[in-house]
Design a protein around this ligand. Sequence first.
Ligand code: FAD
Ligand code: DHB
Length: 389
Amino acid sequence: MRTQVVIIGSGPSGLLLGQLLAKEGIDTIILEQKSKDYVLGRIRAGVLEEGAVRLIEQAGAAERLHQQGLIHDGTEIAFDSARHRIDFKGLTGKTVTVYGQTEVTRDLMDARASIGAPTVYEALDVSLHAIESDRPIVRFRANGTVQEIECDYVAGCDGFHGVSRRSIPEDRLKAFERVYPFGWLGVLVDKPPASNELIYVNHERGFALCSMRSTTRSRYYLQCRVDENVEDWPDDKFWEELTRRLDPEAVSKLSTGPSIEKSIAPLRSFVAEPMRFGNLFLAGDAAHIVPPTGAKGLNLAASDVAYLSSAIIDWYRRNSRGGLDAYAGRALARVWKAERFSWWMTQILHRFPEESGFDQRIQRAELEYLFSSTAAQTALAENYVGLPY
Ligand code: FAD
Ligand code: DHB
């Protein structure tokens, strides 16, 4: 087989890249190791920056997002039982859209199917060859047979555990990492949300987050230990612990019920530099991970794809390599700012097992400063709604 760009991974970054390239008549084949249903069953992010919404529009997959997405003008931070609002719209003129990653993925998959662009699901043993040459080859096994695709470029959109980043020689990649000593236990429930905006909670028992997917479906998170399992958290225990961490008004509005999904995610900051090796370009979680506190993971995948798609389009349309050569530098400049913001949000909102009295006083001072300073709130809002690209 031959195509112009092989995309490894059918998550949001791979699908979005595929659509943006297809709009310009560039051929792609997506190789995804899991089944379509498995990919659609993963519950992940929920908050989209305006830039990500714009890209999904360009990809021709924003109809349902505009019908069902919830526009949020601000968010609340709860501390010492009081809630403090950060007014995104008033401070930056921008908003965010609450619309689940699962739905974004479904809309992009439907858009891809409608143009007949090929995706190979359950593509096993994907391996990359000759990626430093101008004829890279991607090999994989599907339906019991080994197949090979020759291409011009490979886009590594296969997440943190994918094969793309691991195909780069160790001495050509530098990794930066921080692993946090806690995880997030997430629950999805078919009940209306406790508030019409998200509530980020700093509580002495640990962080909590009240989020949502729609006006009838809520998503809640609790900071938990890294060694805990979902089996340790039957629904009753989850609701009881959440209730202890919320302010009285949120508790009075909290509507509980049987969970329809429950999972634990570890928290990590990670960046691999550069995001390119020869004709392999990394995008999204394949190149970087943020702790979820700033709601940046999916949005960073989108900004990488904005830079990468325009670089690839420039090559095919104008024979210009400038965008491809600049890709890693442009993407990483934005990635590191989102890494900083996500690290900072994590730092101010969680309880750290080893924290000293000094650490606690600094965290309190940081929050009190935030609640009292328009400048500090503007800095948070500007990062949360998304830095420009
Ligand atoms: P992914 O969505 O990971 O997609 C990569 C795809 O590549 C997958 O479909 C995978 O099956 C496929 N793949 C992997 N290896 C191979 C291979 N060898 N061959 C072929 N295909 C392969 N962000 C937030 O902002 N808020 C959250 O609440 C949040 N929760 C998260 C919970 C979890 C458990 C995880 C893992 C991430 C979460 N994130 C969250 C981050 C956000 O979901 C990611 O940043 C986003 O999914 C990145 O998209 P991506 O397309 O780059 O990677
Ligand atoms: C959600 C996840 C986040 O990490 C976040 O900061 C906000 C919302 C969510 O899953 O709804």
